[in-house]
Design a binder for this molecule. Sequence first.
Ligand SMILES: Nc1ncnc2c1ncn2[C@@H]1O[C@H](COP(=O)(O)OP(=O)(O)OP(=O)(O)O)[C@@H](O)[C@H]1O
Ligand SMILES: O=P(O)(O)OC[C@H]1O[C@](O)(CO)[C@@H](O)[C@@H]1O
Ligand SMILES: [Mg+2]
Length: 534
Amino acid sequence: MGSSSASGLNPQIDPNLVLKSSLSASAVKAPVRVPSPARMGFDGKSQPKIVEGERGYVLEDVPHLTDYLPDLPTHPNPLQDNPAYSVVKQYFVNVDDTVAQKIVVHKSSPRGTHFRRSGPRQKVYFESDEVHACIVTCGGLCPGLNTVIREIVCGLHHMYGVNSVLGIQGGYKGFYARNTINLTPKSVNDIHKRGGTILGTSRGGHDTAKIVDSIEDRGINQVYIIGGDGTQKGASVIYEEIERRGLKVAVAGIPKTIDNDIAVIDKSFGFDSAVEEAQRAINAAHVEAESVENGVGVVKLMGRYSGFIAMYATLASRDVDCCLIPESPFYLEGHGGLFEYMEKRLKEQGHMVLVVAEGAGQDLIAESLRSMSVEDPSGNKLLLDVGLWLSEKIRVDLANFPIVAVSFCKKTEDANPTYMIRAIPSNASDNVYCTLLAHSAIHGAMAGYTGFTTGPVNGRHAYIPFHRITETQNKVVITDRMWARLLSSTNQPSFLNSHIIEESKKEEESPPTQLLDGENCMENGVVDASLPEL
Ligand SMILES: Nc1ncnc2c1ncn2[C@@H]1O[C@H](COP(=O)(O)OP(=O)(O)OP(=O)(O)O)[C@@H](O)[C@H]1O
Ligand SMILES: O=P(O)(O)OC[C@H]1O[C@](O)(CO)[C@@H](O)[C@@H]1O
Ligand SMILES: [Mg+2]
C-alpha cells in the first residue's frame, strides 16, 4: 500500500526549478504532532513557498503536509477504480501542471507567476476511512453556500469513499461554542435549492487556539472553510497553528464573496446569481420611475469596498442612467456633479434610475451626518445608508434646482434589494461553479496540500496560497476599459478631473493583482468561469 515518496515539493517536479524557501532541508523529521518551525518566520507566520524556473517562471506554491511531516505514507487514489472517472483519459493532473496568472503576454515577457493546478492526484495522503472532515461557513451570506457544502459532502463520499463529515454551526465560534452536525449525502441532498447556509454563519469570534483545540479534540483531519477575505485570513492562522502543532490536518479555503472582492481568482461564486437578481430590482425601479413625471429610482446594491455588483448589474440592465460605486468618488452639486447630470437627464427623458453600491459616497455622507465610525464584530466598518441619504438629498436639495419643474422628484423610489440579492439560491452556472470549487478543494486536501484557497485563474482551477488572496482586495479599476464601457453606456459624468485620472493611472502602473490588471482578465471584466476545467 503506502509508499513514502512525498517531500514538501512534489518529488517529480521539474528539476530545473529552484526551491527558494528552506522547507525541505530543515523539515522536522518526526511524523506526528511535532511543533514544526520549518517554514515559520520569526513572527510565527509561514514563509511563502516560491519556486523559480527558466525564463522568469515563478511558481507560488501552496504548503503540503509533508513540508512538516516528511514521512507520511501515500495511497493510490481510489478514483482510479471509480467507474465514473476511470474512463477519463488522463484523469489525474500531472504533478508539474501549473496555471499562469497572466495570459496576455508579449514576445519578450518573462513566463511570470504560476499557481499549482488543482485536480485529482495519482497518490493521496489519506485513506478513505481515516478522513474526518469538517465544513464551516463564515461571514455574510452568498448564493451558492449550500451548493458548496453539498458538493463537499457528496464529493468526499462518492469520489473518495469518505463517510465522516461534520458541519460546524454558526461560523468560526461554532468550533468551540456549538455542537456539530453529521453531514451525509442524504442529509444534504436538496440543500442547493435553498438560499443561506444550512450551517449558519457569523462574524467575529475567531479564537485560533480554541478552534485548533477543537479540531484536535474531535480528531478532524480535513477542514473546509468557506468564506470571504476575513474568513481566509482566519483560515490562514488556523493552518499556521496546525502546522506549528505538527498535526496531520489539511486546511482548504473556498473563497466566498458576493462582492467579488477576492483577488487573483477570476470570479467568486454567487456573483452571477446576485447580478441576475439585481436585474429584478432595477426593472422594478425603472417601471416606478417611468410611470411618474420626473420619477427617480434609486437602487442600492451590495458592495462594501468593491462595486462589481453595481457595475455588472448596470451594464447588463441598460435601464440605468447612473451607477455609483465606492471606487469612484462623486459629488452632488456644481459643474460635472450628479445633480447637474440628473437635471439634464430628467429634461431629456422625464425619469431616471440610479444604481448605488452600498459603499459609495461614504465620505460624503459622513461629512453631512458627522457620524462616528462603527465596526462589526469582525472589524469591518459599518456603512452609512447611502440609499436613504441619496434619496433624501435628491428629494430635498435637487428640487431647488432652477430648471426643474415643481413636480420634480415628487416620487423618488428607494428600492433596497441589498439583502435580497444574497439570500437567493445560486443560479445554474453558479451551481456548476460551486461543484468545481468543492471538488477542487477535496482533491487538494486528499493529495496532502494544505493552507490553500482554491479558485479559477484564467478559467483553470488552481491552489493559491492564502496570503495571495488576503493581502489585497479586488476592486473596480476606474481607469480601465470596463468602467469606460459603463460610462459610455450610461453617459454619466466620470466625476473625475484630469489630474485625478493621471494620478490613478500612475498608481496602477505598479504590478497589481490579477484582477486589478485589466490585461489579464477580460479587460478587468470578470472572466466567465462558469464552466472551467479542473
Ligand atoms: N485577520 C483575521 N484573523 C483571523 N480571523 C479573522 C480575521 N479577519 C476576520 N476573521 C474572522 O473571519 C470571520 C469572517 O470575517 P468577516 O466577517 O470579515 O467576513 P468575510 O469572510 O470577509 O466575508 P464577507 O465577504 O461577508 O465580508 C469572522 O469570524 C472573523 O472573526
Ligand atoms: O449585514 P452583514 O451581514 O454584516 O453583511 C453586509 C456586508 O456583507 C457583504 O455582503 C459582504 O459579504 C457586504 O457587501 C455587505 O456590506
Ligand atoms: Mg470581508
